[in-house]
Design a protein around this ligand. Structure first.
Ligand code: F6R
Length: 600
């Protein structure tokens, strides 16, 4: 999704700060980028394509000024061209604006502005904003009032930042799209930042102010203020970010995805520490007062939905009625909520579909809980409570360590909310999970297995019970980073249709853990695909004899059924990663995808 960076107070280095910020934000996914600096005039440089193209354009004609904004665009209105790249300007080029989100009434606004003599250069919804500001200036408004009034006329979702030729400020506002300020006013210098995402300025400061919906910020070289759109002062807390800037680097790995897969033991330790007591085997979920809920609904999208499916099974196994919903399907046909708990599972805490489902649940009177990675995210702030998965920043577009930590967090939550005397084994396995994941990482032969099937036309993944969401996740990871067809199925569903697709060209990854009835039934499915000459890759803890029917085995240590899902998933992450690496795919930024999907 689009990214925003802004800074004031850096003097001649402003351009470098903006370009560095944009490079850091590129993980969100983009197809064009640009910057605008204000210094009596507004200088704009923008290009479709990679940030390197923008850097070359900036070097050829450097914009200057102590106040600037920058943007990475992920096309929604109009193709990725130079004209459609942000920042967008007004008619005389004295106002520049960057915007994330969607302006729903832009066509009506543009017609009115055109009728008043304004000319437009792009296909974007965003371009109406600088023209609205221009029109307010023409009517005599000062810069701040002009931006406020322009923003008040927008319908839809936005994070907006504007600079004007005759002002030394950045003005910014948000509704349904994240914006955070960075505060660096220690010592004798003052520098303020603005971004859609903390990593954009984290190397300069760890002190942040999260804007809420309907708030308006003004950053100047001297100070920062936050008000409501109507102009009432808002006292905002300054929070401290707990992770280091190095955590957003690749640390010697070829890709963020590889680094994040390998970071899982640490991420899990962070998630479980202070929650799972190593000595007495107790689980604590802090002061969350959700003991024995009457029912649970989980809402999520993508990888987080797979975690939600897994979480729903945990709650049901603990005796609590629970259903996982795709967040974007939640409002339609969802049974009425009594006093159930609605849990939003969202890495970023900014996924528009999930936020919308959570708001719907709140409006119907449910208590809401965000299971999220990002402190201060919209989900964390809007829900009644937040339970942080503490995985550290995840930069690769494909979610990896955050999925593992979501599963661990949902285990902790279930045990904490619905305590039972049978939890001891599950708690012991959770305690051992980081070390078990490390063992999988150290011993995995997934790279060699991936090598065998690079030419395959499709990949299938099957699993039952808690391994069914892992099959879905294995397929999602494979398809999004390799661009190969991949599907996950509940193993029992195979013979109800998908078996028609199975041939000698379609490897089937079968997740078989334990040796119970479910494992035996899945082995039956393995035999069915084997009989159709499909290569079988068994992901197994060795408890059953599935390896007898498999062409390859990806081993995991024996653990509990709950933690086996995390371990099996690590093998599937590695299989997808090595397949994509050998195919030369742009692993951290798969085509058409974005890290944080902030439009519905
Ligand atoms: C896939 C992936 C996405 C996200 C989905 C929800 O690898 O990362 O499917 O899981 O867009 O994002 P969050 O968890 O931020 O709500």
């Amino acid at each position: 999704m689009c990214g925003i960076i802004g800074c004031v107070g850096h003097g001649t280095e402003t351009t470098d700060v903006l370009l560095d910020g944009l490079s850091t934000l590129d993980y969100r996914g983009y197809d064009s980028a640009g910057v605008a600096l204000s210094n009596g005039t507004v200088d704009v440089v923008k290009r479709s394509g990679a940030i390197e193209d923008l850097v070359s354009a900036v070097e050829a004609s450097p914009p200057t000024g102590p106040v600037g904004i920058g943007h990475t665009r992920w096309s929604t209105h109009g193709p990725p061209t130079d004209e459609n790249a942000h920042p967008h300007v007004d008619c005389p080029g004295e106002v520049a604006v960057v915007h994330n989100g969607i302006i729903e009434n832009y066509e009506a606004l543009r017609e009115r502005l055109r009728a008043a003599g304004h000319t437009f250069e792009s296909d974007t919804d965003t371009e109406v904003i600088p023209h609205l500001i221009e029109s307010e200036r023409d009517d005599g408004a000062d810069p701040e009032t002009a931006v406020r009034r322009a923003v008040e006329r927008l319908e839809g979702s936005f994070a907006v930042a504007a600079v004007l030729a005759d002002s030394d400020a950045i003005f910014a506002a948000r509704r349904d799209s994240p914006l955070v300020l960075g505060i660096d006013d220690g010592g004798d210098r003052r520098r303020y930042y603005l971004a859609s995402d903390v990593p954009a300025f984290r190397e300069y400061t760890d002190r942040v102010v999260y804007l809420d919906d309907g708030e308006f910020a003004r950053l100047t070289p001297e100070d920062w203020t936050v008000t409501t759109l109507a102009g009432d002062r808002v006292e905002k807390p300054v929070d401290t970010v707990e992770w280091d800037p190095e955590e957003t680097g690749k640390a010697g790995y070829d890709h963020f995805m590889a680094k994040e897969i390998n970071e899982q033991p640490r991420a899990l330790r962070q998630c479980l520490s202070e929650r799972v007591d190593e000595l007495d085997g107790e689980v604590s979920i802090g002061d969350l007062a959700y003991l024995n809920p009457r029912g649970v609904q989980l809402v999520a999208a993508g990888t987080s939905y797979h975690a939600a499916l897994y979480g729903a099974q945990l709650f049901r196994a603990a005796g609590v009625p629970a259903t996982a919903y795709l967040a974007h399907e939640y409002a339609t046909g969802t049974p009425p909520i009594g006093d159930e708990l609605v849990i939003g599972v969202t890495q970023s805490g900014e996924t528009a579909d999930t936020l919308s489902a959570l708001r719907e649940a709140s409006a119907r009177g449910a208590r809401t809980l965000a299971v999220t990675n990002v402190v201060g995210s919209t989900a964390a702030r809007e829900c009644d409570d937040a339970f942080y998965i503490k995985a550290g920043p995840e930069i690769g577009v494909a979610a990896t360590k955050t999925f593992a930590s979501q599963l661990a967090a949902l285990n902790t939550l279930t045990i904490g909310m619905v305590p039972s005397k049978d939890d001891r084994e599950a708690i012991a396995a959770l305690r051992d999970l980081p070390a078990d994941v490390q063992q999988v990482l150290d011993e995995s032969n997934a790279a060699a297995v991936a090598e065998q099937y690079l030419d395959s036309e499709a990949y299938f993944f099957i699993g039952r019970g808690l391994q069914y969401p892992v099959a879905l996740e294995g397929a999602l990871k494979m398809k999004e980073i390799t661009y190969k067809h991949a599907e996950g199925f509940a193993a029992g569903e195979l013979k109800h249709g998908p078996l028609a697709l199975v041939t000698s060209e379609t490897p089937v990854f079968a997740i078989v853990t334990g040796d119970g009835e479910r494992a035996q039934k899945t082995i039956g499915n393995v035999k069915e695909v084997e009989a159709r000459d499909a290569p079988v890759v068994a992901v197994t803890d060795g408890a059953s004899d599935v390896s007898r029917y498999a062409d390859h085995v990806l081993s995991i240590p024996e653990s509990s059924p709950q933690t086996a899902a995390v371990l099996a998933n690590v093998q599937l992450q590695l299989a997808a990663y090595h397949t994509a690496a050998k195919l030369g795919r742009p692993i951290d930024k798969p085509r058409n995808l974005a890290k944080s999907v902030t439009v519905e």
